[in-house]
Write a protein that binds this ligand. Structure first.
Ligand SMILES: [Zn+2]
Length: 252
């Protein structure tokens, strides 16, 4: 495993873990690569744009089945908020949220795969391999909650026009098999799809502000981080069986 756990890698950790190929992304050796458009990925500054755009070249096929941990996060009450505050303040809240989430995810070797305004999706264990990917995602979620609680509350109170309740973030995490690769014929970026991804998204939609909801699979893979959290049963839209999940609370 080439991981530097969020530090500054000199070679692409994804290309190294997936192909044992050293692609320079920092320092003088990276300069000729830049001429060919190979730079650091926006999904994680320790991977390169080959990882991001050339999945088929790396894996020899358009998509593969892999085990990964998926994390969804979003700003709770965003719609309510967006109707009531100045668009410029809203923009600052969203960009602060996205920045803080990305820093937290990168510190645990995940990639920010999709950003959707007030929400995002992250993948752990691809392309950077992480032995304890469920634990890495929980670590990132704890960082997200801690960082966002600090900065969003400060932003909210300084704007002076926030409604009664403070802004909070909800997070959902689930592990399992995903289909990962390129699924569009006109865009070359890669993502993960499948039941694991859907369930994570549904789980996240049930998370209260300040809450991290982790599935039973994630809890079993990282019991040390779940501690004595009590499991709850959720009926999720589009999912037949009730799903049990553990709510980790990081702040009041
Ligand atoms: Zn790469």
């Amino acid at each position: 495993m080439a991981s530097t756990a969020g530090g500054h890698a000199r070679i692409c950790l994804g290309c190294w873990d997936q192909m044992k190929m050293p692609i320079p992304i920092r320092g003088p050796l990276a300069i000729p690569f830049r001429a060919f458009g190979i730079t650091r990925s926006k999904m994680n500054p320790n991977i390169c744009t080959i990882c991001e755009r050339s999945f088929r070249r790396i894996k020899g096929k358009q998509h593969i089945t892999a085990t990964a941990t998926i994390l969804f996060a979003d700003i709770r009450g965003y719609t309510h908020l967006s109707d009531r505050i100045d668009p410029a303040v809203l923009g600052e809240i969203v960009s602060t949220f996205q920045d803080q989430c990305a820093q937290s995810i990168w510190a645990h070797d995940g990639i920010v795969n999709k950003q959707m305004g007030d929400g995002l999706m992250a993948i752990f264990n691809f392309p950077i391999r992480i032995e304890r990917h469920a634990a890495a995602a929980i670590g990132a979620a704890i960082d997200i909650q801690r960082r966002c609680a600090e900065v969003l509350e400060r932003l909210g109170s300084s704007s002076g026009e926030l409604p009664d309740k403070a802004i909070g973030v909800g997070v959902g995490i689930h592990s399992g098999e995903v289909e990962i690769g390129e699924f569009s014929s006109f865009r070359s970026d890669f993502t993960a799809i499948g039941g694991t991804v859907n369930l994570t998204s549904r789980l996240e939609s049930q998370a209260a502000a300040g809450e991290i909801l982790v599935s039973a699979e994630v809890a079993a893979a990282a019991p040390d981080l779940v501690g004595d959290a009590v499991s709850r049963s959720f009926t999720l839209k589009g999912i037949d069986q009730p799903v049990s999940a553990y709510a980790l609370r990081t702040h009041a």
